[in-house]
Design a protein around this ligand. Structure first.
Ligand SMILES: Cc1cc2nc3c(=O)[nH]c(=O)nc-3n(C[C@H](O)[C@H](O)[C@H](O)COP(=O)(O)OP(=O)(O)OC[C@H]3O[C@@H](n4cnc5c(N)ncnc54)[C@H](O)[C@@H]3O)c2cc1C
Ligand code: FES
Length: 612
């Protein structure tokens, strides 16, 4: 721990040295910004010409010294304009001697002005020459100094010695520089001495400041709990099963998304869209305070689910630790292998694909559940899709591209279309091809379904699951199933399971298709209706009506409207029934809206949204 006094000292010294550091920095900056040529007074100074030869008739130094009246310490030659001169220095002071005659010269102000002008090349005019007493301005020369000021923008002054020697050109830039130089070296009186005590004490203070700062820093670093710091920026993501058992705790990074965090640690949530917030399959339940539902949550999850804390994991941010419940089966998923057992084209664009899992399918493969089939990278040609001859015209009308491909491993959800125990342990799927032709426009065919349409018996496939909470509700209430398209799959599995397990309640199945040839399992459903008194089957065709000889029991229109009319006609108590819906998005939305309008509570309506 750093002593208190040292801390205080550090602060006081820091303040003083800090101020001077500021001065050093600013003055250094100003000096470096000034034009060095101007500072040196070279701007308007006549550059010296080549040395002139010393005249042969000049007095010799010996004769000069012989006639000198006083001792001479130094003697030098020079010129006063065109006149050769000797400059003598001694205890009597400086003397200027005419080298031709040996007579002493006394400088007049006029001569000085002329000398100054001879050294000046600027635009200014010379002022009166003045003889200055020694001062700060003339500190670089001992004794008095002549000055001639010029009227130019730089306020140039020319300085000469008393012997007529040119000393300096000085101007505004030099004066500014000189001022900041004084601040920089902290010699406020002489402006030349950088060995002064003030500068020395500041330098020592700066060093002390740096050392005491280093000491403080080391003290601080010692106080830091590095282990805790290492853990900062990390939090825990706890996973629970639907039964409330803790499955595992994962290390997570605050701000990251749950879906990606789980995937990064090998736990892949169900998804058709790879975390794109568009399939609604990746839901998890937040335990404790759930964050406010986002638009994506509201789009894919029912109000009931949102109210119970369910959120899309691909849209759920980990804040400071999070506990979530994973849907059934998600916590212990393993990749399973299966072989294609049979492929049957039930309708032009609906195909039953039977898979035999390599390991026996367990009881959790309950009716209503879906699998996630793994769609590997592949390339495919149109002719690989086989179809019965009577469907050739349907396929020709699609104008599929000659070939297409998939470059990455994808997953797609497909519901079980039959209870496993009624299918000899096989997984029965009913797959509608997403052919891509919409309103006479050809989009690329769906990656997953087009791949499945290329499968032949014996082909291998991988899947995970089962997943999903679309299931028969307990309680034995009257049941109304409303579906269309591939939505037949989970509804059929549930109905078959109910009928085969002896359900006694009334069960109605309303199924919508474009035409009779687009509706799968018609014969099977008709047979069930004949066999089970509590089961009724209603096919509604939205396009081509059925031929008259087959039309008995088949109506035309939109399935949810026909169902509503018939149920109202027979006086069905909507509120006493459970409803199960699955089919194309438009049908699903319309049917749910119809039930809401009839006052049916959310918890009485189960549905699976295939989004296609
Ligand atoms: C819980 C659940 C259960 C499901 N069960 C079943 C089931 O039992 N049976 C079933 O058939 N389906 C089922 N689905 C739907 C299935 O998972 C797939 O979504 C469906 O098969 C389409 O997938 P895809 O890979 O073929 O199409 P994708 O490749 O996902 O393409 C989707 C659609 O976009 C179109 N498209 C592609 N490119 C373009 C483009 N550039 N411009 C415009 N459109 C384009 C495709 O033609 C296709 O119609 C289920 C879905 C869910 C969520
Ligand atoms: S992964 Fe599709 S919605 Fe989240």
């Amino acid at each position: 721990m750093m002593p208190r006094w040292l801390r205080k000292l550090h602060q006081v010294v820091g303040l003083l040295v800090g101020l001077q550091l500021l001065v050093w920095t600013c003055s250094g900056l100003v000096m470096s910004l000034l034009d060095v040529k101007k500072v040196r007074g070279e701007e308007f100074r006549v550059t010296s010409t080549s040395p002139r030869p010393w005249p042969a008739n000049a007095l010799s130094v010996d004769s000069l010294l012989a006639t000198a009246m006083a001792p001479v310490h130094t003697i030098s030659t020079g010129w006063l304009l065109e006149q050769p001169v000797y400059r003598l220095a001694g205890p009597q002071g400086p003397q200027l001697i005419d080298a031709s005659s040996g007579a002493g010269i006394v400088l007049s102000a006029e001569l000085v002005q002329k000398l100054a002008l001879a050294s000046y090349s600027g635009p200014g005019h010379p002022g009166q020459a003045e003889l200055l007493e020694p001062s700060l301005e003339t500190r670089a020369h001992a004794g008095r100094v002549w000055r001639v000021a010029f009227s130019d923008p730089e306020d140039t002054s020319v300085y000469l010695s008393q012997q007529g020697e040119l000393l300096w050109h000085r101007n505004r830039s030099w004066r500014l520089y000189d001022f900041f130089w004084m601040l920089h070296i902290m010699d406020y009186s002489g402006r030349t001495d950088f060995n002064n005590y003030l500068l020395l004490s500041m330098a020592v203070g700066g060093l002390g400041l740096a050392l005491s700062g280093l000491g403080l820093l080391i003290g601080r670093l010692r106080q830091i709990n590095w282990t805790r710091l290492g853990r900062a920026g990390r939090c825990e993501l706890s996973l629970f099963s639907p039964a409330g058992d803790k499955l595992q705790t994962l290390r997570a990074v605050p701000g990251k998304i749950v879906y990606q965090t789980l995937a990064g640690q090998g736990l892949q949530l169900p998804s058709n869209c790879g975390g794109g917030q568009s399939c609604g399959l990746c839901m998890v339940r937040v335990l404790g305070q759930a964050p406010a539902a986002t638009e994506a949550d509201r789009e894919h999850l029912s109000e009931r689910k949102i109210g119970s804390g369910w959120r899309l994991a691909c849209n759920l941010t980990i804040k400071q630790g999070l506990a979530i419940e994973l849907p059934e089966g998600v916590g212990q998923q393993t990749v399973c292998k299966a072989k294609v057992e049979a492929v049957q084209a039930l309708a032009p664009f609906l195909r039953e694909i039977t898979l035999r899992p390599l390991l026996p399918a367990a009881a959790q493969f309950r009716p209503g559940a879906y699998l996630q089939l793994h769609i590997p990278p592949y390339s495919m040609e149109r002719h690989k899709i086989e179809f019965p001859a009577d469907q050739a015209s349907d396929w020709a009308a699609l104008e599929l591209p000659a070939s297409w491909s998939n470059t990455q491993l994808l997953r797609r959800a497909y519901s079980l279309a039959c209870p496993v125990d009624q299918a000899d342990g096989c997984l029965t799927l009913l797959v509608r091809i997403a052919h891509g032709r919409q309103a006479l426009v050809n989009h690329p065919p769906g990656i997953g379904s087009a791949y499945l349409y290329g499968l032949k018996p014996g082909d291998a496939l991988e899947f995970t699951g089962p997943f999903g909470d679309f299931a028969v509700q307990s309680g034995g209430r009257q049941k109304v199933f409303i579906g269309g398209g591939a939505g037949m799959a989970p509804l059929r599995a549930m109905i078959r399971s109910l009928l085969e397990t002896g359900a006694a309640e009334r069960i109605q199945f309303w199924y919508g298709a474009q035409s009779l040839r687009d509706a799968p399992y018609v014969a099977e459903m008709t047979a069930f209706a004949a066999r089970y008194a509590n089961f009724s089957w209603h096919l509604v065709l939205s396009g081509t009506a059925a031929p008259p000889e087959l039309a008995s029991g088949i109506s035309t229109g939109l399935v949810h409207e026909r169902a509503q009319q018939a149920l109202l006609r027979e006086g069905l108590d909507f509120l006493a029934c459970d409803f199960y819906i699955c089919g194309p998005p438009a049908m699903l939305t319309a049917t749910r809206a119809m039930l809401k309008q009839r006052g049916v509570a959310d918890e009485r309506v189960s549905f699976d949204d295939f989004k296609s």
